[in-house]
Design a protein around this ligand. Structure first.
Ligand code: MSP
Length: 516
C-alpha cells in the first residue's frame, strides 16, 4: 500500500522584508508538523517560498537602481539561507517569479475566463498600497481613511480591470464553513470569517494597471497585471501541478497568520471551486508574536529580527528556540509574548532541569551500575509503579499523535515532556542510587533502569520533530538510530524497542543550565 500523503504549506513571504520571528515561527511550526508526519511514515510535501510580485518590490528595486528581479533574487536568497540555517526541512521553495509558477498561473486564469468566473469591469475604491489591497468603504471610514497596518493614508483609486466572480460562491463558502468546521481553525477565526461571509460577498478585482512590467501579465491583455494576491495564492497549486507531485493535492494544511485569513478562507477556496479542483482540508490561522509586551512594528523598531534569533540560537541552541516557539507560541487565537525572561525560564525548567537532567541521570546510572549496557528487565519483577510508567509511555504515543492531528503542537510537546517528568518522578520514588548499594536489589535496579531508559526512548520519539538535533544526540547516547525520513512510528513507539545489552554512552549535557 502506498504511504499516506501529507501536504503542508506556509505563507509565501514578501520578498521585500528581511526574515523575522514571524516568518521563522510559521515555518518552524510547519517544519515540526512535517517531521512528525515523516516519522509516521507518510509521504510528506512541505512547501514554503517567497511572494515577489508586490509593487513595493519594484519600488524598492528602483530606489536602489536595481531591476525588480535582481532585488527579489537577493532577498529570496536571504529567506532560503535563513531557513537552511534554521534546519527547516522544506521539500521545495517556490518563488512566484519563477517560470514554472508564472506559466501555470496564466493557464489557470485563462480557464477562469472561459468559465466566465473572470470578466472585465471597472472598479473604484480605497487602496492600501502597503498591503496591496482595497479596503471596503465602511472599513476605510472606520480607520479614518488610513491603513490599519502602516497608518499611511489610503488612496482613492479607479481602475479598469478584471474581476473574479466571488459573489457566485457565497452560498457554497458559507456551507463549507458551517458544515466543515475543521476547514478553518481555530474556532474563533472560523466564526469571524463566517460572520463576514454572511454579510455578503462582492466580486473582487484581480488585475492592476501600471505595474511597469513587474508581475504576471493578464492573458491577452498585457496592460494588465494579475493582482499579486491572486498570483500568490496559486503557489500552493503550481508547486504540485506536475505529474510526479499531483497526488499531493489537495493540501492537508495551509498554515498561516491570522491577518491573511480572508484570502485563504474565502478567496482561495472560491477560486478552487471555480476551477473545479478539490479544496484543502484545513486553513489554520495562528495568532501573533508580540515582543516584550509590545506589538512589533517597523516604527518601534522592536522586531525580533535575524540578529536576535541568531543570538538565541548561539546562546541556547536552535532546538531550544524551536521548543520555545512551539510550546509558548501563538498557535491558538491569542497572541504570545516573546520575552527574554520567559525564554530563560522555559529553557531551564523544561530543557535543562527536565529533559537534559533526566537524560544524564539515566545514562549515568546505567553507565555506573551496569557498565554502560542496557540491563534486561528481569521477568516477573515489574511492580505497579513500573507498570504505571510503562502504561504512560505506551499511551503517550496515541495522545501525541492525536494532538498533532488537531494541530495542537504545543500540547503534543507538553504531553511528551510530561512523560519525561513521570520518569523523573519514578526515579525519585524508586531511588535507584540507593538500590545500587544493596546487592540483593540488583534485579530490581535492572528493572527500574530499564523502565527509565525505555520510557525516555519513547519520549524522545515524540520530541524528535521539535528538537531533531538534540534528540539525535540523545539517540547516540542511547545507542539508537532511526531513519526519520521514512519513519515507522507506530512500531518504534511500542514498548521494548531498547534492546538489553545496548551500549550506552554518556554524552555532553544536552541542555547546560543557563544562569539568567
Ligand atoms: N505574501 C503574503 C502571504 C501570501 S500567501 C499566499 C504575506 N507575506 S508576509 O511576508 O507578510 O508574511 C506574513 C506571515 O508571516 C503571516 O501570515 C505569519 O505567518 C507570519 N508573521 C508575520 N508576523 C508575525 C508575527 N508577529 N507573529 C507570528 N507570525 C507572523 O503576508
Amino acid at each position: 500500500m502506498a504511504p499516506r500523503k501529507f501536504y503542508i504549506t506556509t505563507p509565501i513571504y514578501y520578498v521585500n522584508d528581511r526574515p523575522h520571528i514571524g516568518h521563522v515561527y510559521t515555518t518552524t511550526l510547519a517544519d515540526v508538523i512535517a517531521r512528525h508526519h515523516r516519522l509516521r511514515g507518510e509521504s510528506v510535501f512541505f512547501l514554503t517560498g517567497t511572494d515577489e510580485h508586490a509593487a513595493k518590490v519594484s519600488d524598492s528595486a528602483q530606489e536602489r537602481g536595481m531591476t525588480a528581479q535582481a532585488w527579489a533574487d537577493l532577498n529570496a536568497a536571504e529567506f532560503k539561507k535563513t531557513f537552511t540555517r534554521l534546519g527547516i526541512s522544506n521539500d521545495d521553495f517556490i518563488r512566484t517569479s519563477e517560470a514554472r509558477h508564472k506559466s501555470r498561473v496564466v493557464t489557470y486564469i485563462r480557464q477562469l475566463m472561459v468559465t466566465g468566473d473572470v470578466y472585465q469591469g471597472e472598479y473604484e475604491g480605497w487602496y492600501d498600497a502597503g498591503q496591496e489591497e482595497y479596503v471596503p468603504e465602511n472599513k476605510a471610514k472606520e480607520q479614518g481613511y488610513r491603513s490599519a497596518i502602516s497608518g499611511k493614508p489610503l488612496v482613492k483609486k479607479k481602475e479598469h480591470n478584471y474581476f473574479f466572480a466571488l459573489s457566485k460562491y457565497q452560498q457554497a463558502l458559507r456551507q463549507l464553513l458551517e458544515e466543515q468546521p475543521e476547514f478553518v481553525q481555530p474556532e474563533a477565526r472560523r466564526n469571524e470569517v463566517l460572520g463576514r461571509i454572511r454579510e455578503g460577498l462582492n466580486d473582487v478585482a484581480i488585475s492592476r494597471t501600471g505595474a511597469g512590467g513587474w508581475g504576471i501579465a493578464m492573458p491577452g491583455d498585457p496592460e494588465q497585471t494579475i493582482y499579486v494576491w491572486i498570483d500568490a495564492l496559486f503557489n500552493y497549486y503550481t508547486a504540485v501541478d506536475a505529474e510526479e507531485r499531483r497526488r499531493y493535492w489537495p493540501a492537508d494544511v495551509h498554515l498561516i497568520g491570522k491577518e491573511i485569513l480572508w484570502f485563504h478562507a474565502v478567496i482561495w477556496p472560491a477560486m478552487l471551486l471555480a476551477l473545479g479542483w478539490p479544496l484543502p482540508r484545513q486553513v489554520y490561522a495562528h495568532s501573533y508574536w508580540i515582543a516584550e509586551g509590545q506589538k512589533m512594528s517597523k516604527s518601534l523598531g522592536n522586531f525580533i529580527d535575524l540578529e536576535r534569533i541568531d543570538h538565541y540560537v548561539a546562546a541556547f541552541s536552535l532546538d531550544a528556540l524551536r521548543w520555545f516557539l512551539c510550546t509558548q507560541g501563538p498557535l491558538g487565537s491569542t497572541d504570545s509574548d516573546f520575552a527574554h525572561d520567559r525564554f530563560v525560564e522555559v529553557y531551564n525548567t523544561d530543557l535543562a532541569n527536565t529533559l537534559g537532567n533526566c537524560a544524564s541521570r539515566v545514562t549515568n546510572m546505567i553507565g555506573r551500575y551496569f557498565d554502560g549496557q542496557v540491563p534486561a528487565s528481569p521477568a516477573g519483577r515489574e511492580d505497579s509503579d513500573a507498570r504505571r510508567l510503562r502504561a504512560a509511555a505506551v499511551e503517550s504515543g496515541l495522545i501525541v499523535a492525536d494532538l498533532y492531528d488537531k494541530l495542537a503542537v504545543g500540547a503534543a510537546n507538553e504531553a511528551a515532556m510530561e512523560l519525561v517528568r513521570q520518569i523523573d518522578g519514578y526515579i525519585e520514588l524508586t531511588q535507584p542510587f540507593k538500590l545500587a548499594k544493596d546487592p540483593d536489589q540488583r534485579d530490581r535496579l535492572a528493572m527500574v533502569l530499564y523502565h527509565c531508559a525505555e520510557s525516555l526512548r519513547i519520549a524522545s520519539l515524540h520530541l524528535y520533530p521539535v528538537m531533531p538535533r538534540k534528540v539525535e544526540q540523545l539517540w547516540t547516547m542511547l545507542g539508537l538510530q532511526y531513519d526519520t525520513n521514512n519513519g515507522e512510528l507506530g512500531k518504534w513507539r511500542e514498548w521494548g524497542g531498547l534492546k538489553p545489552g545496548t551500549k550506552i554512552t554518556k554524552g555532553e549535557a544536552l541542555f547546560p543550565r543557563v544562569i539568567p
